[in-house]
Design a protein around this ligand. Structure first.
Ligand code: SAM
Length: 283
């Protein structure tokens, strides 16, 4: 294995610091530093940027980010056992790594970061999805981040990047792609992790669009998409009944056959339909 820094190999770090993986914290570690360096290169040049890393664990990805020249890394880790290992990395990169112990869902990371900011994380998938939704729905757009590079279970990664007409296409795809360009940057088999999880994983890279792809009021769009996919097998005239008493007419007005199903609608069609419903609701 090629050296990416002068620090000890991750297996040694784990033994030295007694970091047996805890299932309750979704700990599946990446111990191959070539692989973590590859993931760290996905956001591009980090030399003039701060990086928010969530869930650094023993620090494999953190080391990749620092070796890739990140201006600064802010790492938020819930497991206090990892802090001594992370402190060793901080000592090897003076002034470049700040570690905060805590729950990423509760910490205001922004207070510790300066623009431009990239987010990189290999997290338990439930925390990752929750954070992704928060990062996609800030009070204003464009968001504070220049890119998100996030590891998910393969199935979740496919739901984020899915095209209309596919089984994976749903709320997550519409929300993510309405606001971002999203693609799967890397696929990883379970064996890439220690211990190996049950399923394959994939890294999704998201770059914010300057503005959402098609204009529509966000709160209503979110409702329309949620209703439509809640009963994804039903025709839209049935699944969207609760949105407006004249939904069938409004669907036709928006150029969408009322007999179509949610998964066949493009993001543009969801936006057009949302605008049509919003207009019809105006007193
Ligand atoms: N980034 C490391 C790697 O790639 O080897 C560790 C990945 S492991 C899948 C997930 C990490 O997230 C663990 O270190 C775990 O303790 C941490 N974690 C879990 N929930 C967290 C939360 N809510 N906030 C911050 N860290 C969390």
């Amino acid at each position: 294995m090629a050296q990416i820094d002068g620090l000890p190999p991750l297996r040694e770090v784990i033994t030295t610091h007694g970091l047996a993986a805890k299932k309750s914290l979704g700990q599946n570690f990446l111990l191959d530093l070539n692989l973590t360096a590859r993931i760290a290169r996905i956001p591009g040049d980090l030399s003039g940027a701060d990086v928010l890393e969530v869930g650094p664990g023993p620090g494999g990805l953190t080391r990749g980010l620092l070796a890739n020249g990140a201006r600064r890394v802010l790492a938020i880790e819930k497991d206090a056992r990892c802090l001594p290992a992370l402190a060793e990395i901080a000592a090897a990169y003076p002034g470049k790594l700040e570690v905060i112990e805590g729950d990423a869902l509760e910490i205001n990371a922004l207070a510790h970061l300066s623009s431009p900011i990239h987010v990189v994380a290999n997290l338990p998938y439930n925390v990752g999805t929750e954070l992704l939704i928060r990062w996609l729905t800030p009070a204003s757009w464009p968001p504070f981040w220049q890119s998100l590079t996030l590891m998910f279970q393969k199935e979740v990664a496919e739901r984020i990047t899915a095209e209309p007409g596919s089984k994976a296409y749903g709320r997550l795809a519409v929300l993510a792609q309405w606001k971002c360009e999203a693609h799967i940057a890397l696929r990883l088999p379970p064996e890439a992790f220690t211990p190996p999880p049950k399923v394959s994983s994939a890294v999704v890279h998201l770059k914010p669009r300057p503005a959402p792809l098609f204009q529509a009021p966000e709160a209503l769009l979110t409702q329309v998409v949620a209703q439509a996919f809640n009963q994804r097998r039903k025709m839209l005239r049935a699944s969207l009944k609760g949105m407006h008493p004249e939904i069938e007419t409004l669907l036709t007005e928006a150029g969408i056959a009322p007999t179509r199903r949610a998964e066949t609608l493009s993001i543009e069609e969801f936006a057009t339909l949302t605008r049509t419903i919003a207009a019809a609701r105006q007193p």
